[in-house]
Design a protein around this ligand. Sequence first.
Ligand SMILES: [Zn+2]
Length: 147
Amino acid sequence: MPETASRDSDETLLEGFLRDRDCPCPICQYNLRGLAGATCPECGSPPHLSLNSPNTRVGPFVLALAPLLMIGGVGVLLLIAIARHPQALSEGLQVPMAAGALSLLTAAWLLFRRTRFLCLSREAQSAAALAAWSAFLFACGWAASML
Ligand SMILES: [Zn+2]
């Protein structure tokens, strides 16, 4: 479809959608009900219709990724410390290094498969984020007990 025809079609769809609906302008909150034209009469921004899903909100994705990266970061710091002082390697440090490596692999998998994660239900996304934070808190508790 040529771009001009597509734009006209989008504008027609937008006008039809707003004909009998109260919808605030996403920029200035002006009520766009009965909008005639392609721009908000209050602020001049060009609103458009889009298809969206609540699953595409990145909050749970970031919440799931953050603790994995933090655990992985600790593992990397331990690896650097051991590389600089190899005599410090003890059996007690192998577990946090393994947890860090596992967390980084999980974070990489999550980044690589983010589309699959976003296709999960909101409840499943929240459960995954909760599981990641539980692992993080468990790791923190375990580390604290080693001190
Ligand atoms: Zn506006």
